[in-house]
Design a protein around this ligand. Structure first.
Ligand SMILES: [Fe+2]
Length: 292
């Protein structure tokens, strides 16, 4: 016997499908059931034609076609639709003193380990200037230093490109895995990142055009900080004053993550940090949340 006896009996179809979700894991059952329930509700609300539904399915296929080991178009879609920001906001709650987390974005790759103070801008961008010294301390939410914390940083160059997008950059450029010292302190030399457009040649671009949104992300340095006993902190340091802070295509900007890149006057601390000339001084402490 059919599960639908009449065209109007669509609720019974939804209930029948939900009744078939009988996996071994309660969590998987919960996730699948909610997904089916919400998708059925979406169809009921919007009543797509079969052609429109097929367009949606083909959109997902094309999204997969744009994915490579270096490019994850589904992450980009998730970012642009605000879903990554929503997952992050609901998952990473904690004390007011914690460093706010934000989206990881689609450009994270394993970073080469670097000594404290290393220059991670190993290409032509270093010679173009905009030298930047990023330094600070990793602490817990009570302010106690976290010795040996690992700080994974990655960023675009001063033209807005990551190494994975730009054949002129060596793999691993503008990336580094740092290990904080015994006082939780870290420092690294780099260049000031630029705001940049997310890739718009794939389905992410289609989504943006359909929403009539610009593709720009405000300039930022990504950081992922880990230490035994603490929840991993994935976040950004946004450049204060960037024109796109109020309209980030990826919805990633949070209070507490907008950081001054203070232009150091000629001579000040140049010797201390061993940079070729006046530089941007960025001081940022990370405050980690204990696991559990
Ligand atoms: Fe980014």
């Amino acid at each position: 016997m059919s599960d639908i006896e009449a065209p109007g009996d669509t609720e019974r179809l939804t209930e029948a499908v939900l009744g078939q979700v009988q996996g071994d894991s309660a969590r998987v059952n919960q996730l699948l059931s909610a997904l089916i329930r919400h998708l059925h509700a979406f169809v009921r609300e919007t009543r797509p034609t079969p052609q429109e539904w097929r367009y949606g399915l083909d959109f997902l296929v094309r999204t997969g076609d744009f994915c490579t080991p270096e490019r994850h178009e589904f992450i980009l879609l998730s970012d642009l639709a605000g879903l990554s920001a929503l997952v992050d906001a609901l998952s990473n709650t904690g004390p007011d003193s914690m460093t706010p987390t934000t989206v990881e974005g689609p450009f994270h790759t394993p970073a080469p380990p670097r000594e404290l103070g290393a220059i991670i801008a190993t290409g032509a961008e270093w010679d173009r200037g905009d030298w930047t010294v990023l330094h600070g301390q990793v602490r817990d939410c009570d302010g106690v230093p976290v010795p040996g914390a690992q700080i994974d940083v990655w960023q675009s160059d001063d033209h807005g490109f990551y190494d994975v997008q730009d054949d002129a950059q060596d793999t691993g450029n503008l990336r580094g895995l740092l290990t904080a010292d015994a006082d939780g302190r870290y420092w690294v030399r780099t260049v000031k990142p630029s705001s940049y457009p997310v890739p718009v040649d794939g389905t992410g671009g289609e989504l943006l055009r359909a929403m009539n949104r610009h593709p720009m992300r405000p300039a930022h340095i990504h950081a992922q900080v880990t230490a035994p006993g603490f929840r991993p902190t994935t976040t950004h340091l946004f450049v204060a004053g960037d024109q796109y802070l109020g309209s980030d295509a990826a919805w990633g900007v949070r209070d507490g993550l907008v950081v001054e890149f203070t232009r150091n006057p000629e001579g000040a601390d140049i010797k201390r940090f061993d940079v070729p000339g006046p530089f941007f001084d960025v001081n940022f402490d990370f405050f980690l949340v204990p696991e559990g």
